[in-house]
Design a protein around this ligand. Structure first.
Ligand code: NAD
Ligand code: MG
Length: 358
């Protein structure tokens, strides 16, 4: 089973190939001719899929670079590790990097590609649900600074996104569910009928029914593509993809990554719904609807009291989206009706976090 989508931007166009049981690079063969290939992965994914992927590039000069696993390693050392490997093996701008892993590997590889010799090509081969439905599409690349998530980065579009849905079979359930957090995000943003689809197909998704998973991935890639095509560099509607993320990023860093990205986004969406209801933008039902779906996938809906609301708010102030101390947040007028709210005040945010803390 295979589905192909295409993303078209002012200066880039690329395919998203979603296959149920292989990484299909056949369409890229002519373009790949004579290129050296460096596959970037991590210590968890390498034993599972690296040999298969290296085989795909038989006939090329191919190297690999294996990073340490975890958000704490989404940093400048890992970035330099990739650049050092490129330098040792004398890669130049016409060669290609391949990311093989979750969102962290995708983001790091993309940024290494953006920065090596002022920009080389790269291909995304995402292997987590979260990276297949979100992180690998759209060209946001980067890594964390101690001050906050993804503070260092660039927009740099891949040449292709090659998805092999079968890789999800080895993903821990907690990671799979974290990916569903980002899927629910699309329902909140502008896809109310997707909320219904997720509810109806909940059991099939949990059972990883192949057909339903393929549909899930294709739908989410389509939703993301639509927003990115309208606004590649996040000057407008693309910001809607940050639903739950301003809260979420703060929760990730404050908790020292106790919460996975998708879990923190889940909490952030509940907080955004709570805040929206308090500001009389939407009814309290929206929070309940989100909670029902999040809970069905064992995602958190209440923040652990170890992380006080005041500390989370303080961390939110260092987020990239704070303009002159006025918070810019994605709030909800209803399910599937997210909008960019400017100038939300600290007091209201604090109340919302507290109302979503144990
Ligand atoms: P991750 O990259 O840490 O992967 C999760 C875990 O699963 C890791 O331990 C990883 O090694 C392991 N893993 C990966 N594939 C596997 C497989 N097939 N089988 C078994 N284990 C596997 O986390 P993630 O949730 O994929 O991505 C989160 C990151 O993505 C965050 O850093 C976030 O900021 C970023 N992100 C970026 C964008 C974007 O637009 N660039 C969007 C959303 C999230
Ligand atoms: Mg995200």
């Amino acid at each position: 089973m295979q589905t192909q989508l295409n993303i078209t931007l002012p200066n880039a166009q690329y395919p998203i190939i979603i296959d149920s049981d292989q990484f299909d690079i056949s369409d890229l063969r002519p373009w790949l001719k004579d290129k050296k290939v460096m596959v970037v992965t991590n210590e968890i994914v390498a034993p599972l899929y690296l040999a298969d992927v290296l085989n795909l590039f038989e006939g090329h000069v191919v190297h690999s670079c294996v990073l340490k696993d975890g958000e704490q390693h989404k940093n400048s050392s890992s970035w330099l590790q990739i650049l050092d490997a490129l330098a040792v093996h004398r890669f130049n701008r016409s060669d290609v990097l391949v990311s093989l892993g979750g969102g962290i590997v995708c983001d790091m590889t993309g940024f290494a590609a953006a920065s090596w010799m002022r920009g080389m090509s790269f291909i995304q081969m995402p292997t987590t649900l979260l990276s297949q439905i979100d992180a690998s599409v759209g060209g946001k690349t980067g890594f964390n600074h101690p001050q906050g998530k993804n503070m260092i980065g660039a927009f740099h579009q891949p040449k292709a996104v090659i998805i092999n849905a079968k890789t999800l079979a080895t993903l821990p359930v907690r990671e799979f569910n974290a990916g569903i957090g980002e899927a629910i995000k699309y329902a909140g943003i502008n896809q109310p009928t997707f909320y219904a689809w997720l509810s109806e197909n909940m059991h099939a998704i949990k059972a990883q029914n192949q057909k339903v998973l393929m549909e899930l991935i294709a739908s989410c890639c389509q939703f993301k593509t639509q927003l990115v095509e309208q606004d590649e560099k996040e000057q407008g509607v693309r910001a809607l993809l940050n639903l739950g993320h301003t809260f979420g990023h703060a929760i990730e860093t404050v908790s020292d990554y106790h919460y996975l990205h998708g879990e923190a986004v889940a909490l952030g969406m509940v907080m955004a719904a709570e805040l929206s209801a308090n500001l009389r933008l939407c009814s309290a039902d929206i929070r309940k609807m989100l909670e029902n779906l999040l809970q069905a996938f064992d995602l958190p809906i209440m923040l652990d009291a170890d992380y006080p609301a005041e500390v989370v708010l303080q961390r939110m102030k260092s987020d990239k989206k704070v303009i002159n101390d006025h918070h810019r947040l994605i709030l909800l007028k209803g399910m599937g009706q997210a909008f960019i709210a400017e100038g939300v005040n600290d007091h209201d945010i604090l109340q919302a976090i507290k109302a979503c803390t144990y």
